[in-house]
Design a protein around this ligand. Structure first.
Ligand SMILES: Cc1ncc(C[n+]2csc(CCOP(=O)(O)OP(=O)(O)O)c2C)c(N)n1
Length: 313
């Protein structure tokens, strides 16, 4: 990023950060990898939710690195659920709190594998039943904790251990599942938002809104993974910015079924600038890059049309 632009961004972030609480609710002694995007998401999410919160975490990296018995990095009550039932556990807690007349928040933190695939049934039921919780999916685009297996969130053509880049197949065949829309399609009373760890203030505000929303909230935050994406540990945030600038990760909210962008890149860049910094995409040929670019442009145009027409999802 040019220095001037960088300075401007730091200045505007400083102003907003001034409104954020200083106290960290996840201790610095966790065991996440250097450069882990997901642990930053977890840190900001619990800051936004605040001390009066019960965290539900399904099995995955963020559970493993913050809770190696007999230690914990958590300064708030925290419960580990199975991989498949985090939203069901959260439903039970939210119901009990309601019965007690308690104002304690319920924050659910689950990876994309536990959200897009294996926990989808529990999440779908909980959203449909209108439970009051804020569900944050930290999306590192694969099952990372068990060694980089492809998930429903893995983008097309990305290489993982179960969608390798070889002679016969060239990474994952299918496109990424559109989870925000799947959740938005459940009910008009679900607050849905997408976020990106390169924009922590935007993410913070969305989690706060999700926590304050009466009913279910689903926030999907894009979090680069150093070993999974085969990137150097010092480019996590820069790469996340390139994802935003190349329109790979649109930032929007869906309220009452209506989609609105929260910000748009001023001068979008071609997607290869984002893709080719990552080892998981280094096998891509020109045809595949063009295919990805077309998919991104089509999706972007669809989102613009939805925003313009205010058609309910
Ligand atoms: C029912 C079940 N199947 C498989 C596993 C093994 N497992 C533990 S963590 C994990 C990966 C989790 O992936 P994701 O939800 O994307 O979170 P991440 O590891 O990327 O943080 C898997 C497959 C499990 N614990 N339970």
């Amino acid at each position: 990023m040019p220095e001037e632009e960088n300075k401007k961004e730091i200045k505007s972030n400083e102003k907003l950060i001034a409104g954020m609480p200083e106290e960290e609710l996840i201790a610095s002694g966790h065991r996440a990898c250097a450069g882990c995007g997901s642990v930053l998401a977890v840190r900001h999410a619990i800051k936004a939710a605040g001390k009066n919160t019960i965290v539900v975490a399904a099995t995955g990296c963020m559970e493993v690195v913050t809770s190696p018995y007999p230690q914990t990095a958590w300064k708030v009550p925290w419960i580990h659920s199975l991989f498949e039932n985090a939203a069901a556990v959260a439903s039970g807690i939210a119901t009990a709190l309601k019965k007690q007349g308690s104002d304690t928040n319920v924050l659910v933190l689950v990876g994309d594998g536990g959200t897009f695939d294996i926990g989808l049934q529990a999440l779908s039921g909980a959203v449909e039943r209108n439970h009051d919780f804020c569900y944050v999916c930290y999306d590192n685009e694969a099952y990372m904790n068990t060694g980089i297996q492809r998930s429903g969130a893995t983008p097309q053509h990305a290489a993982t251990t179960t969608s390798p880049a070889g002679k016969l197949i060239h990474g994952k065949v299918e496109w990424k599942k559109n989870m925000p829309f799947i959740i938005a399609g459940h009910s008009e009373n679900v607050y849905v938002a997408t976020a990106n760890i390169a924009f922590p203030i935007d993410f913070y505000k969305k989690v706060k809104k999700g926590i304050e929303h009466k009913g279910p909230a689903y926030i999907q935050v894009y979090t680069p993974c150093v070993p999974g994406w085969k990137i150097p540990s010092n480019i996590t945030i820069e790469l996340a910015k390139l994802a935003y600038k190349s329109k790979t990760t649109p930032l929007y909210e869906i309220e009452n079924g209506v989609l609105k962008f929260t910000q748009k890149p001023e001068n979008p860049i071609p997607v290869d600038r984002y893709l080719l910094l990552q080892g998981r995409f280094k096998h891509l040929n020109k045809i595949e890059i063009a295919e990805i670019q077309k998919h991104i442009d089509d999706t972007w145009n669809k989102l613009l049309r939805l925003e313009e027409t205010e058609v309910r999802i």
